[in-house]
Design a protein around this ligand. Structure first.
Ligand SMILES: [Zn+2]
Length: 178
């Protein structure tokens, strides 16, 4: 089943996720639905809050044409389904344009760590650790933020916020009407 994407202003985007305990049918269905929803929207990542759920789950799905550089994958298979992801190590810095399905038509420069180590549970219930860099590291940091209720707008400088103020206002208005 495909979900509607929750847009900035929807209070669920600010809710901190609840860690997933065991992998039951509900979580399996949720992961499947999130992948379908993400691909339908041509996104690079999706967190539960963005479809109105609060389980600690996010999907990373970076297609190769998003990077043009295979080396950033380090052999990682996409999509990655992460349960309860926790970034345990960060190194370096990268600056780059970042967008978000919950902020349509908004792209801003955000500084992120260049390389991160993330711990999470996979869909078989095993604990995993992954070291990623480049655009994959950026996506994981973005989704881990979502699961803590932190949004793209929180990374904007005052100047960036002024530049997209009109768009943000319209999103909030729409979200409140629903
Ligand atoms: Zn996002």
């Amino acid at each position: 089943m495909k979900y509607d994407i929750r847009i900035y202003g929807d209070p669920v985007l600010r809710v901190k996720s609840v860690p997933v305990g065991k992998i039951d049918e509900d979580i399996q269905q949720l992961a499947e639905d999130m992948i379908v929803t993400l691909r339908d929207n041509n996104g690079a990542g999706l967190a539960a809050q963005q479809i109105g759920r609060t389980e600690g789950i996010c999907i990373i799905d970076i297609s190769r044409d998003m990077t043009g550089d295979d080396s950033e994958y380090d052999g990682i298979e996409m999509p990655i389904i992460m349960l309860n992801p926790k970034i345990v190590d960060k190194a370096g810095a990268q600056e780059g344009q970042e967008g978000c399905l919950s902020f349509p038509d908004v792209y801003v420069n955000v500084e992120r760590a260049a390389e991160i180590t993330v711990q999470y549970m996979d869909m078989s219930g095993s604990d995993r650790e992954l070291k990623v860099r480049g655009i994959v590291a950026r996506a994981v940091q973005h989704e881990a933020d979502h699961l803590r209720g932190i949004l793209l707008v929180d990374h904007m400088s005052p100047v960036q916020k002024v530049a997209v103020a009109g768009k943000l206002k319209r999103m909030k208005k729409k979200a409140l009407k629903k």
